[in-house]
Design a protein around this ligand. Sequence first.
Ligand SMILES: Cc1cc2nc3c(=O)[nH]c(=O)nc-3n(C[C@H](O)[C@H](O)[C@H](O)COP(=O)(O)OP(=O)(O)OC[C@H]3O[C@@H](n4cnc5c(N)ncnc54)[C@H](O)[C@@H]3O)c2cc1C
Ligand code: FES
Length: 256
Amino acid sequence: MHETVEILQSEEVGKGVRTLRFEYHHKVSPGQFFMVWLPGVDEIPMSASYCEGRKGITVKDVGPATRSLCNLRSGDRIGIRGPYGHGYTLHDGRILAVGGGTGMASLLPAVEAIGDPSRVDVAIGARNVSELLFIDRAKAASKNVRTSTDDGTNGLKGTAVDLVADMLSKERYDLVLACGPEKMLFYLLPLLRKHNVRCELSLERYMKCGAGLCGSCALDEKRVCVDGPVFTGEQAQTMIDFGKFRRNEAGQQIKL
Ligand SMILES: Cc1cc2nc3c(=O)[nH]c(=O)nc-3n(C[C@H](O)[C@H](O)[C@H](O)COP(=O)(O)OP(=O)(O)OC[C@H]3O[C@@H](n4cnc5c(N)ncnc54)[C@H](O)[C@@H]3O)c2cc1C
Ligand code: FES
């Protein structure tokens, strides 16, 4: 059942990316997601980018529903249900959070929930400087925030995986949390295995119900909405479709 909420704040946080804040009085854990309903447009999954106090989502304009969300302003209304899914487990020890593009939206609440800036490092990757998200917010929650851009306009020139390789050559981590394009996660996994570091990866699939009923989010035998969206590296390792295929709204297999 949706709850109608009023948008209290709409802020551009990167090129074509906006954060919407609203009051929603339910407990939300880092890594969980909402189903967001825009009457007459669509209902889509969105990670919680703020889990405490005033809740939030951070939306990249990639199609009709996300564009409509990005066009909303204070006073507009949307329907929210959830939160759904399993979030990150915030273990003891040294943690590295790795976010590619809007993947930072799901990760930042986890970085903040760790609550100790010396216990968590952050690697933020994007195609270029205008697409790097939440650097200041990350710096408030971590003493070591590094960036990479594909075109070298900020931080290390290369991919987020190149940046993680550099960070692993200098530091030892007990756990890596990661969210971003699936190809990034696909290439991150063998690097982490080589360094013998456990990880939790947040994955996306097309979703309709968000609650385990329709099967549209199937990833091998898992349903991403209830079994994920956060999976362990061991789980991802055994998934045949991981990093290779997703399914569209018609259930057709599409190469990633
Ligand atoms: C658990 C979860 C959390 C998400 N969190 C966020 C978030 O925090 N911020 C954000 O901007 N987006 C997030 N997304 C992705 C977002 O839901 C889609 O981009 C959105 O549904 C696209 O809708 P649209 O109508 O704007 O575009 P569409 O026209 O439906 O899609 C635009 C393009 O994106 C592709 N696409 C759509 N959905 C997905 C998907 N799930 N995985 C891969 N490709 C897809 C389509 O095939 C098409 O190529 C999340 C998805 C999931 C499953
Ligand atoms: S979206 Fe319906 S089962 Fe996952």
